[in-house]
Design a protein around this ligand. Sequence first.
Ligand SMILES: *Cc1c(COP(=O)(O)O)cnc(C)c1O
Length: 344
Amino acid sequence: MTDLPPPTMRLRIDSEALAHNWRALHAMSGNARAGAAVKANCYGLGVDRAVPVLREAGCRDFFVAHWCEVPAVLRHVPADRISVLHGPLSAEDVTFARATGVRPVIDSLRQAKLWGDGGGGRCHVMIDTGINRLGIAPADISDPAVQSLEVDVLMSHLACADEDSAMNARQLATFLSCIGGVAHREASLANSAGIALGKEYAFALTRPGLALYGGVPRAELDGAIRQVASPEAALIQVRRLNAGDKVGYNATFTAPAPMKVGVVSLGYADGILRSWAGAHFVSGDDRLPILGRVSMDMIVVDLSEAPDLAEGDWVELPYHLPDAARQTSLSQYELLTVLGHRFG
Ligand SMILES: *Cc1c(COP(=O)(O)O)cnc(C)c1O
């Protein structure tokens, strides 16, 4: 088939910044090593682009949520370095884990039995210390189904690491009280924000996700973490408006005077949700305010500061995650994971 013409939108990934962020989080983890949460397609950035960078930076431990996320990561790292956080729900999951060598995280007594009945082998265990999502209750760790597991990493997950909450210390204390009760090789508690809570939260392995990709969940990480992802798109049309002309669905913007506007080939189908209305794109130092509603495939911007921009020129959406979160009232996690699949 004839080659596809070049795309008019792209997600620029700063690989240097991604590698820097992993190294910074690894260093902040003290004696522990940093792994990487690579679930949800590396929080929307793309496994094929991000996992090799993390691997080359020195990361050895990769966490996904679903079994269906394993094949993409397996193209880049060995099976026994990949962990599936949701654990096995069915005998098919157990068969898949044992056949590939991918490590399940055992999250319940039921999963412990399922894994043992299927033949067992090395696994990780999640203890619930208070988040009440997945994890074995501390009272159940003495159960024979748990005691017979071959546990690599004993882990738990913090509910409020991005806040100065008393719950952090409570979860740490509960985790410490469980650690002697299950034989294991290594322990792991901290996500990105947890790394900033201090050395006692790091254990042997930390599991950052958000901060690898440029998120700053706690002020202590500010300055250490660099922006990784930047949505960019071409202007696919430049138009002149007269005073009184309207823009976009529901005609929510009215031109106060004659003005030049550009149509950016990005929209809410790409994850630039309507909550971006009122923000701006940039071209170098020039600000290009968004006019009217965000459409599915298009956003109209004001070209007053950059009247020389023409059809085919590229503009960028500032995607510094803490700023963007304040502006859109989306979480930094949402801002990454909503990014769509059309980016080139
Ligand atoms: C997603 C996830 C992480 C990573 O959390 P961030 O807040 O993105 O750093 C770590 N551990 C578990 C169990 C997770 O589900």
